[in-house]
Structure formats: structure tokens, C-alpha cells
Design a protein around this ligand. Structure first.
Ligand SMILES: *Cc1c(COP(=O)(O)O)cnc(C)c1O
Length: 249
């Protein structure tokens, strides 16, 4: 009998890894099915949102083939990225970002999906310029977060659709930033379809002036099928893979 490689066996028999493998497989099946039903050829990219979950879970996910991780707080994301710098991971920043955190975020982030104001673009442009001159890192992918909230509902962040054009131009004009497309969170308490349909229309409009900015990051655990139907190219799935998070205080 051949001896198992050290470490691999431990991962194989770890119950949390088995749980994550099952949940990840279920989510991948849902994505495959939704892509087929939408008549789309290519599946959206899955970003596993690891916020509030320990670095050890990210190691388990990496052993299951995950490379794209989403985080929404700089302190937590930066610590995990530093601890796991030996792994080939791509960190996507998906939370509200203060301009004074730009310097920190460009040290580890592959993308910032929550760009919502010109002041933040300016801060990211300045930070990436310095980071690239020090480390030669690749351009930072930027997604404009759009608010799909009609007046009266609970605000979940993002720029007004009317401001997307201005933000897009400022990102496109900045050396070191690459405009990828749009990101949005469906409003609470209403069916997500109407919101994602609106997002698709805003994306179409954006692509008239920025043809390369076709990415649409939409779809979370509860609404990934609707997001796939309306053209999402990136899905951000947390709780259906990692389980529930501790409530935010
Ligand atoms: C937490 C979070 C997600 C993941 O949500 P789940 O419902 O856990 O899948 C996706 N996008 C953003 C912006 C988030 O903050």
C-alpha cells in the first residue's frame, strides 16, 4: 500500500472539509443548472465570500480548488491574505471602502467591487501607482457598485445609476486601474428579478462607452439563479457554502 502524502490525508478526513466540499458541490450544481436554463454557454465565475470565517476555512476551500475569495473588511481581508500568501488566491474586496484604506487594499486585492464615488477612485489610483512601482503588481480590477434601491427602501450601498458614466470615465482614465464592469446587491424585500434586469440595462448602457467593461457581479446565496438569468458574470456566494455568519453588531 502506498502511504498518503502528509497533510492530504488530514484534509481528507477533516469533517469541516467534507462539509465544505458538499456545500460547494451543491452551489456548483445550482450554477450549472441556472446557466443551462438561461441558455448561456459559459458559467459565471464563483467568488466564495469568506468574511467572518477563519483563514483555516480558506485553506480548506483552496484544497477544494477555490481561488477567488470575497471579503468586505480591510482589516480581516488583509490579515487573511498575509497569512495565506503562500496560496495562489485572488482576493476580491466587496465591502464599503473608506478612501484611507486604499493603500492597504491594493497590497492584496485582485479587484475592488465596491467603487461608488470619484474620491475613492482618486485614492485607489494614487495607491496603485505607488504599489505598482514597488512590486510591479498587475492593474487593479474595479467594479462600480450600483444602487438598485428605489426610494423608500433600505439602502444597501452603491452609486446612483445616473453617476455610473462619470465613475466609469474616471476609472478608465486612471493608470493602474482597469474598469471591469458593475456590481450590485439586490434590494431586500422585493423579488430580485426586476433589480437584476435593471442592472443588465445599466451594463448595456455602460458598454456603449466602455466596451471592455462587460462584467456583472451580482447574485448571492439567495438569488444566484435570478442573477444568472440576467447575465451575471461573477457570483458572490457566502452562507450557502460556509454556513451562517455571526450576526453583525
Ligand atoms: C456578504 C456578501 C455576499 C455573500 O452573501 P451570502 O448571502 O452569504 O451569499 C455577497 N455580496 C456582498 C456585497 C456581501 O457583503
Amino acid at each position: 500500500m502506498t502511504e498518503p502524502m502528509p497533510g492530504v490525508d488530514a484534509v481528507d478526513t477533516d469533517p469541516r472539509t467534507a462539509e465544505l466540499r458538499d456545500r460547494l458541490a451543491t452551489v456548483h450544481r445550482r450554477i450549472t443548472e441556472a446557466t443551462r436554463e438561461a441558455g448561456r454557454g459559459e458559467e459565471p465565475r464563483l467568488i466564495v465570500v469568506s468574511k467572518f470565517h477563519p483563514a483555516a476555512d480558506v485553506v480548506r476551500l483552496a484544497s477544494l480548488g477555490v481561488i477567488d475569495l470575497g471579503e468586505n473588511r480591510d482589516q480581516e481581508a488583509g490579515a487573511k491574505a498575509a497569512e495565506l500568501s503562500n496560496l495562489d488566491l485572488r482576493w476580491h474586496f466587496i465591502g464599503q471602502l473608506q478612501s484611507n484604506k486604499a493603500k492597504s487594499v491594493v497590497k492584496y486585492a485582485h479587484s475592488v467591487q465596491s467603487v461608488d464615488r470619484v474620491q475613492l477612485v482618486t485614492a485607489l489610483a494614487k495607491a496603485i501607482e505607488r504599489q505598482q512601482s514597488e512590486t510591479g503588481r498587475p492593474d487593479l480590477e474595479c467594479f462600480i457598485q450600483v444602487s438598485l434601491q428605489d426610494d423608500g427602501g433600505e439602502h444597501r450601498g452603491g452609486a446612483a445609476p445616473a453617476d455610473v458614466g462619470l465613475l466609469a470615465d474616471s476609472i478608465a482614465d486612471a493608470a493602474g486601474l482597469r474598469l471591469a464592469g458593475l456590481m450590485a446587491v439586490a434590494p431586500l424585500g422585493v423579488p430580485p428579478e426586476a433589480a437584476f434586469e435593471r442592472l443588465a440595462a445599466i451594463s448595456e448602457e455602460l458598454r456603449r462607452s466602455h466596451p471592455g467593461a462587460g462584467a456583472i457581479s451580482a447574485g448571492m446565496s439567495q438569488d444566484l439563479e435570478a442573477a444568472v438569468r440576467f447575465g451575471a458574470t461573477h457570483l458572490r456566494i457566502g452562507s450557502d457554502i460556509l454556513g451562517s455568519r455571526p450576526p453583525v453588531g
